[in-house]
Write a protein that binds this ligand. Structure first.
Ligand code: TXA
Ligand code: MG
Length: 314
């Protein structure tokens, strides 16, 4: 057991988090999407400990977080398309998968030996301050035990990883609440994971529909495994009423135990999805009935997470 430090979102906390990363320690930190479990992406021992702490299958590659587009260009082969996307959406909830540079100097565990690298510039002020203070690439999956609900507060991180990581930088709740959208750019632009940036916004910028490769079970991305983001409770989707023993997670004006958004805002629903699942799960319900969510904009990422949370467990 490690004693996990809870760091405050001030100068001292950020300096401590950066110093810990430099020694190969694991530090969970807030991003605008979810909390990430960070390690120095150049240090294989540190990266290996991410997999150990999460209990994560080793073949899953990780996203590298950097402070700026200029930093990203040190690790991947840049392109005009990457430039246009980065100008429009970075910093923010978009991960680009690009060919990795031969001189990237990153641990092979980060890419799982793939010839490509997933990279993003997060928008959260604390993440940016931490990346600037650390001045290097930080590999970070979501800071939860593998397969469980992603964390959107420091309390969620502690509930899953206390005693297994060196520190958590507490930045309060994550504003977006869903992981980044992942876009493959090693060939024609391909949506690899729905996420915090609606696919429609990317399509509007590129001027054409995206190819999609989000088939459950295909191992391009771990968030693509059929069962993922799973609470202990069962989930029943598109529910219009509750059966005995069920709790109701609502959407829009309705009677329910917790509402993702009583005004039917998808932005609010995205931010509430994981915290509400954590809360209902902690209440010990056997089944969570979930109201239908419109399948457009952020609703596509919300429905993707709900389907995986509801999928049969391995
Ligand atoms: O919002 C997010 O993306 C959060 C925060 C912490 O930044 N991170 C996150 O990481 O969701 P993780 O490890 O849970 O998901 C990373 C996804 C995985 O599904 C992984 O397979 C995919 O990125 N990925 C990483 N490298 C890849 C690559 N070279 N090609 C295709 N997919 C890749
Ligand atoms: Mg995850």
């Amino acid at each position: 057991m490690i004693s996990t430090e809870l760091l405050q979102p001030d100068k001292a906390g950020i300096a401590r988090a950066a110093a810990l990363l430099s020694t190969g320690a694991l530090v969970a930190f807030p991003t605008e999407t979810v909390y990430g479990l960070g390690a120095d992406a150049r240090n294989s021992l540190a990266v290996a400990r991410i997999f150990e702490a999460k209990g994560r299958p080793r073949f899953n590659p990780l996203i590298v977080h950097v402070a700026s587009t200029a930093q990203a260009q040190r690790y991947v082969h840049w392109s005009d398309q990457a430039e246009a996307l980065a100008r429009a959406f970075w910093p923010g909830p978009l991960t680009l998968v690009l060919p990795i540079r031969a001189d990237a100097g990153l641990s092979d565990l980060v890419t799982a030996d793939l010839p490509s690298l997933a990279i993003r510039v997060p928008a959260h002020p604390l993440a940016r301050q931490l990346l600037t203070a650390f001045d290097g690439p930080v590999a970070a999956p979501s800071a939860n035990p593998s397969g469980r609900i992603s964390p959107t507060t420091a309390t969620h991180v502690m509930a899953g990883l206390d005693g297994r990581i060196e520190a958590v930088l507490d930045g309060g709740p994550c504003p977006v609440g869903l992981e980044s959208t992942i876009l493959g750019l090693t060939g024609a632009p391909t949506l690899l994971r729905h996420g915090g940036l609606p696919a429609e916004e990317i399509e509007a910028l590129l001027g054409h529909p995206l190819a999609q490769d989000t088939t459950p079970g295909k191992l391009t991305a771990p968030g693509q495994m059929a069962s993922h983001y799973a609470p202990h409770a069962r989930l029943r989707l598109n529910a219009t009423s509750t059966a005995p023993g069920e709790v109701m997670l609502g959407f829009g004006p309705m009677h329910c135990d917790l509402n993702l958004s009583s005004t039917a805002s998808l932005t609010e629903a995205a931010a509430n999805l994981f915290p509400h699942l954590h809360t209902l799960d902690a209440g010990g319900a056997a089944t969570i009935a979930v109201a239908p969510i419109p399948d457009s904009g952020l609703g596509r990422a919300i429905n993707d997470r709900l389907r995986r949370a509801a999928a049969p467990r391995p």
